[in-house]
Structure formats: structure tokens, C-alpha cells
Ligand binder design. Structure first.
Ligand SMILES: NC(=O)c1ccc[n+]([C@@H]2O[C@H](COP(=O)([O-])OP(=O)(O)OC[C@H]3O[C@@H](n4cnc5c(N)ncnc54)[C@H](O)[C@@H]3O)[C@@H](O)[C@H]2O)c1
Length: 273
């Protein structure tokens, strides 16, 4: 059994991951840390009839909880500032991390990567753990390869509670397209377009727009619009339940528990795509 620590177990993703983990015979939840629902029994909170009696402890007790429960893998879907602090503590205690939180800074990822090597604790960091989305990334590079000279735009839509613009997934799509075209994101990506006269530069090698919609309870939609002369292709992924992310997180937990190389993996590597 893989002993896991859940960071942020009472959030939308944390609750689902807890439910999936309770149902998985290869996973044993040994600890759960949050700033909410401290003292509550996790199994009861997430609606399990047979809870394992793990109580949610305050994140301020992270060090003591790690020492007491000795988790092998920590799974974190919280807030960028919280993840950056807590996952650093986990890796420094040789715990392998699965980080789904989006909006992490580049400086954190650079520092974290050094710790992964120093403490022999490989990790998964992925802005989107859904299997379909990762196949979508793969297909985006295939389409881009064929449609190099067309205009490419990315449109992402999410619920109004989402804290980061633009979505981590839309940035991964942009990076995938840029890598395929051999251009740098900073040189070509335009985040929305301001009001006023302006002409779009022709062709994705010169400009790629990313547009962001926040409305209602949309779980997560991403469209890549390829527009040529007299025709267009809209390539679309829609998540209609967070279950796709939670089951991806469970796959990542099992993968990282056995991973040999001390590096940061992404979901495409986890899924061997
Ligand atoms: N990688 C993916 O596949 C994927 C999928 C969905 C969401 N996400 C990302 O996961 C993150 C969480 O999303 P959500 O919808 O569950 O958010 P949420 O707001 O519902 O949950 C966040 C949780 O973090 C907890 N938290 C806040 N500060 C904390 C701290 N200092 N220490 C410990 N816990 C703390 C909150 O109490 C809450 O339980 C976001 O960054 C979101 O973009 C990633």
C-alpha cells in the first residue's frame, strides 16, 4: 500500500481525490492537512461509510504530521502560495509529490527541481491530470505540424471561482504549439487583445492569441482554433466533471511511488504518451 498525505483535502479537488483514494486498495491515506475543517474525520467529511479515522490536521503542524505518519507520497491541489511552501517541506523530507495546483512560479519550479535531485524524491507537476487533455496536447502538436502556416488561437473557459488567468492548461497548449513551431512563447503569445485598432500578425509563428472566459460553473473547456484561407478547424476538449482530474491524480500517485529517475515528470510521461 502507498502511504499518502493529502494537502487541501476539503477543497473541490481534495474531496474527490480523497474519495478515489479511499476506494483504492493500493492506497492508504495516512494524513490530511488543510486550513479548513481541522479536527474533522476525513472519511466522514467525504461521505465514506467506512472511514479510516484520519483526522484533518492544521497545515501549521506539517512537520510533526510527517514525522508521525511517514507518508511516501504527498498530493497537493491547493493554492500556489500554499503549494510552494508545503511541497518544499515535503520534498525536504524525502516525500514524493504529486502537484496539481496551478499558477506555480518558475522560480519555485527551478528550486523544487534541485530539491527533487538532492533528496532523491521524484515528483509529478501537471496543470491538468486528465487523460483526455494529455492526449489533446499530443494531438495539438500533430495538428500544428500540419497547419504551421495557419493562424492559431486558444480559448479557455472556466468557472468564476478560478483564481488564475490564464489557465495552466492553456499555457501548456501554447507551449506545446510553440515547441512544435520552434518559437518562444514570450515572442509570439498575446494574452487577450486590448480595445482599439490593431492588426493580427499573420501565421502562428508570428502570433498566437490566448483568450480567457470566466462564467458560471464551467469545469474547464479548451479550444484550439486553427484558421486557414476559407476554412478552419476547432479542436476542443471539455471536462464536464472533476473526476477526470482526480482519477489522473491517482494514476500519478501510483506512478511516482515507483519512479526511478530523480526528476519532475509531467502527465504525458506518467501516461507514457
Ligand atoms: N492539475 C489538475 O488536473 C487540476 C484540476 C483541477 C484543479 N486544479 C488546480 O488545483 C487547485 C485547487 O483547485 P480546487 O478547485 O480544488 O480549489 P478549492 O479552492 O476548492 O480548494 C483548495 C483547498 O486548499 C486548501 N488550502 C488553502 N490554503 C491552504 C494551505 N495554506 N495549506 C493547506 N491547504 C490549504 C483550502 O482550504 C481548500 O481545501 C487550483 O490551483 C486549481 O487550478 C488542477
Amino acid at each position: 500500500m502507498i502511504k499518502i498525505l493529502i494537502l487541501g483535502p476539503t477543497g473541490s479537488m481534495g474531496t474527490l481525490i480523497s474519495q478515489h483514494a479511499f476506494d483504492d486498495e493500493d492506497i492508504d491515506i495516512v494524513a490530511a492537512l488543510d486550513i479548513m475543517n481541522v479536527g474533522d474525520e476525513l472519511g466522514v467529511l467525504v461521505g465514506k461509510k467506512d472511514p479510516n479515522h484520519v483526522k484533518i490536521r492544521n497545515i501549521t503542524e506539517i512537520k510533526e504530521v510527517i514525522d508521525e505518519t511517514k507518508p511516501e507520497v504527498a498530493v497537493d491541489f491547493t493554492l500556489a502560495e500554499a503549494s510552494e511552501k508545503n511541497c518544499m517541506i515535503c520534498v525536504e523530507n524525502n516525500i514524493r509529490c504529486v502537484i496539481g495546483t496551478t499558477g506555480l512560479s518558475n522560480s519555485f519550479i527551478e528550486e523544487f527541481e534541485k530539491k527533487v535531485k538532492e533528496y532523491n524524491a521524484p515528483a509529478v507537476i501537471s496543470s491538468n491530470m486528465a487523460t483526455g487533455v494529455n492526449i489533446f496536447f499530443k494531438m495539438a502538436s500533430v495538428l500544428t505540424e500540419y497547419l504551421k502556416d495557419w493562424d492559431i488561437e486558444i480559448i479557455e473557459s472556466h468557472h468564476i471561482r478560478k483564481r488564475d488567468n490564464y489557465s495552466g492548461t492553456s499555457l501548456t497548449i501554447a507551449k506545446t504549439i510553440c515547441d512544435t513551431l520552434g518559437v518562444e512563447m514570450d515572442d509570439v503569445v498575446k494574452y487577450g487583445r486590448p480595445k482599439g485598432p490593431a492588426l493580427r500578425k499573420k501565421g502562428a509563428k508570428n502570433e498566437i492569441g490566448i483568450h480567457c472566459i470566466r462564467a458560471g460553473d464551467i469545469v474547464g473547456d479548451h479550444i484550439i482554433l486553427y484558421a486557414g484561407s476559407g476554412e478552419r478547424i476547432e479542436f476542443k476538449h471539455q471536462a464536464h466533471s472533476r473526476n477526470c482530474f482526480a482519477s489522473g491524480a491517482i494514476i500519478a500517485i501510483k506512478f511516482i511511488a515507483d519512479a526511478r529517475e530523480n526528476k519532475i515528470y509531467n502527465t504525458r510521461e506518467v501516461l507514457n504518451l
